[in-house]
Design a protein around this ligand. Structure first.
Ligand code: GLN
Length: 484
């Protein structure tokens, strides 16, 4: 087995036992990047100092300096997370040449842990989208079938991990952007509880909904990466003050007696038959492992997509007002007035989907429409949140499909049909709950299918145990991405 095919926790063990060096691991990953990037396009920019980072780690290890489980492990980072001295573009012409002067908190934590940052991954512009087709730098293809989408908006991160172009990755999830590409690419993706990972340095799209999320080839890797990037941060006012365990050392397969809620609304007509079958057989596995299965009802889910798109667009219109051509980013040339400079900078710098959201957001916040749209969406957000929280009186964890279908073909969907596909993922963001996608099957064409596990706030350990137990029970049949 090549090193790029190995999971992070295996590589960590090999590094500790001095069976391999970080440089050897990274050389394997670079070779993979060189052979696959022209087809997959996971990265917007690949770090030019991967080997230098790896050598520095190897030197520290040889000197006996303290190592963490992430030391020497190649990790890719979505291009909306600020990296000091490294271009951070949000896949937009607006930030094409932007080099942040500081690291996001999650990046400082990765560097402190000795992780090797392989590069910045492709995404939908400003994380708006579900297919990674809306990138200024070209679309990302699914490593399982390059004619299909890798999902989005963290499609580059999921594809890189699935393809062996990185061992694990960071993404961001505002309405499903970590979980949906994870399900399309056959990897594990966690959107943690709101407030558990610092958003400092994550370029804002919809601040009340989004979190940095983690992607790995198996649940244990995801738990390991999450343990390193979670935690309170005084630089993020929404960060929750509490302590977190080392999830990897706590993970276990014991899920006997866990009450699993299966919301009937998540298995309706829009779900394709192969996705339904895969999710149902996963539920059956849990029954065999001793969990209690209960059908529950979440009738308000039908309002979730509308609520999400009103709130996220409203916040986006405000967050993206800063791209005015003055302080940083793109500026239109040869303008005769300040107004013309604003107008042309924003017209030329943003892509069509971003403009659509800014217009929608500005509309729902405008005097006269605010009460009818934005305020109503805030009410329905609270109702959905209460319904979700109350459902956890009846169960400890919920299982749903992550997405109604497996990966769709590139170019197949327009914006509106893409919006409606987010129906199963947005509720976790609306409610701030943790949710994780775990591979649970394949379609007839061998495209991966993911199931979503959702829990109470801060129940990440239970989600990890659920994912881990499933992987063990099915002998890893759906794990590992597309590593051939
Ligand atoms: N697909 C959703 C959207 O387009 C979610 C995006 C995200 O999570 N960043 O808004």
């Amino acid at each position: 087995m090549k090193l790029y095919q190995k999971n992070a926790y295996e590589l960590c063990r090999m590094l500790r036992e001095k069976k391999v060096s970080s440089e050897e691991i990274c050389r394997d990953v670079i070779e993979r990047i060189n052979s696959h990037e022209s087809r997959i396009n996971s990265y917007i920019s690949v770090s030019n100092d991967i080997i230098a980072q790896a050598r520095a780690v190897d030197k520290a290890l040889a000197e006996g300096k303290a190592a963490s489980p992430l030391t020497g492990i190649p990790i890719a980072v979505k291009d909306n997370i600020s990296t000091k001295g490294m271009k951070t573009t949000c896949a937009s012409k607006m930030l094409e040449g932007y080099i942040p002067p500081y690291d996001a908190t999650v990046i400082s934590k990765l560097r402190a842990a000795g992780a090797v940052i392989t590069g910045k991954t492709n995404m939908d512009e400003f994380a708006m989208g579900s297919s990674t087709e809306k990138s200024y730098f070209g679309r990302t293809c699914n490593p399982h079938e390059p004619l299909c989408s890798a999902g989005g908006s963290s499609g580059g991160s999921a594809a890189a991990v699935a393809c062996g172009e990185a061992t694990a990755a960071l993404g961001s999830d505002t309405g499903g952007s970590v979980r949906q590409p994870a399900s399309f690419c056959g990897v594990v993706g966690l959107k943690p509880t709101y407030g558990s990972i610092s958003r400092y340095g994550l370029i804002a799209f919809a601040s009340s909904l989004e979190q940095v999320g983690v992607i790995g080839r198996c649940t244990a890797d995801t738990a390991m990466l999450y343990s390193h990037v979670c935690g309170s941060d005084r630089r993020d006012a929404t960060s929750v003050r509490r302590s977190y365990p080392d999830f990897l050392s706590c993970i276990s397969c014991d899920i006997k007696g866990v009450r699993i809620g299966v919301p009937e609304e998540y298995f309706g007509e829009c779900v394709s038959s192969d996705v339904r079958k895969a999710a149902e057989s996963a539920i059956d596995c849990y029954r065999k492992m001793g969990a209690q299965i209960k059908t529950i009802s979440l009738p308000l889910v039908k309002y979730a997509v509308n609520t999400y798109y009103i709130i996220s667009s409203a916040e986006a219109s405000s967050n993206l007002a800063r791209y005015d051509g003055v302080r940083y980013g793109y500026r239109a040339r040869n303008c005769r007035s300040l107004d013309e400079m604003y107008f042309r900078t924003r017209s030329e710098g943003f892509g069509s989907e971003v403009k659509r959201r800014i217009m929608l957001g500005t509309f729902v916040l405008s005097a006269g429409y605010y009460e009818d749209y934005y305020k109503k969406a805030l009410y329905s957000r609270e109702m959905i949140r209460r319904e979700m929280i109350n459902a956890f009186n009846e169960c400890d964890v919920m299982i749903t499909p992550t997405y109604p279908t497996a990966a769709f073909r590139l170019g197949e969907k327009d914006s509106l049909s893409m919006y409606s596909g987010d129906v199963f993922t947005v509720s976790a963001n609306i409610s701030g709950l943790p949710a994780m996608s775990v591979p649970c099957g394949y379609t007839e064409e061998r495209l991966p299918i993911g199931m979503q596990l959702m829990g109470r706030p801060f129940s990440e350990l239970l989600l990890f145990n659920m994912g881990y137990a499933f992987e063990k029970f099915t002998a890893g049949s759906f794990m590992g991405g597309a590593l051939i």
